[in-house]
Write a protein that binds this ligand. Structure first.
Ligand code: 6PG
Length: 251
């Protein structure tokens, strides 16, 4: 298993700056090579850390972005638990429509109360953008890490970790509320060109250390192993304080 590369920043402000540089670089490369930038984002603390510098970044052509949700809670789009609503408040509203509405791929609100239908509908949305023949290849996944080592809505010990057919799956028994969600599955996660985990705070230090130093645990975050091998962790010093081996971020 190839190790992940960990960048530790002295503060969450520095982390947001580094993340902004990284996303800008990938966005520019993707748009130059194939005319669009496909990115999926998680909920939790990620949208805030992501948007701090990105929302004012005029070097990025947001009109070419397609933004998806790595996982989403099965609630209406205006519900306080909606990952979309958090991304809207933190990023989309500040971008003032620079990402066209049609390129913001939310769950279909009309099936939000039915996780199975919602997952099928969302998989179709992936097919509409990436085509239906090959597994979608996102330019970038921006993921969080839960205190139990989960990522997306892929939880330790859950049968969904072994899902190998569906691109988007429903989950009805999420240990983190709300129980009903949809999530990208490992076939899609591990087909991404690059993956960046973003996590901060003292509360994450033990799990960050376990993930980096005990690969045999096979926790969901550790099973993120795209073929490109490009998995980066953007963390702050409190989250990284127990690590013995880290790298300084440089483009
Ligand atoms: O919908 C969700 O609950 C999230 O997508 C989830 O996977 C999140 O990314 C992690 O739980 C980390 O959350 P924090 O960054 O808030 O710890």
């Amino acid at each position: 298993m190839s190790p992940h590369t960990v960048f530790v920043f002295p503060s969450t402000d520095a982390l947001s700056e580094g993340l902004n540089d990284y996303v800008q670089k990938l966005s520019q490369q993707a748009i130059a090579s194939h005319g669009k930038f496909t990115v999926a984002v998680s909920g939790g603390s990620l949208p805030k850390l992501l948007s701090k510098n990105l929302a004012g970044n005029s070097a990025i052509d947001f009109s070419k972005w397609h933004i998806f949700f790595a996982d989403e809670r099965c609630v209406p789009l205006d519900h306080a638990d909606s990952n979309y609503l958090e991304v809207k408040h933190q990023l989309l509203d500040k971008l003032n429509g620079k990402i066209p509405d049609a390129n913001v791929h939310t769950i279909n609100a009309s099936v939000a109360s039915d996780a199975e239908k919602c997952a099928r509908d969302y998989e179709q949305q992936l097919k509409d953008v990436f085509g239906s023949s090959a597994t979608p290849e996102f330019d970038l996944l921006l993921l969080g890490m839960g205190p139990d080592g989960h990522t997306c809505s892929l939880f330790p010990g859950h049968p969904l970790l072994d899902e190998n057919k569906r691109w988007v799956a429903p989950i009805f028994d999420s240990p983190k509320p709300p129980k009903e969600r949809i999530t990208l599955t490992f076939p899609v996660v591990n087909n991404a060109k690059e993956v960046a985990f973003v996590t901060a705070g003292d509360g994450k230090k033990d799990m960050v250390q376990m993930i980096q130093e005990q690969p045999e645990l096979q926790l969901p975050c550790q099973r993120v192993q795209p073929k490109s091998g490009k998995v980066y962790w953007f963390i702050d010093e409190p989250a990284g304080q127990k690590l013995s081996k880290t790298q300084k971020y440089k483009l």
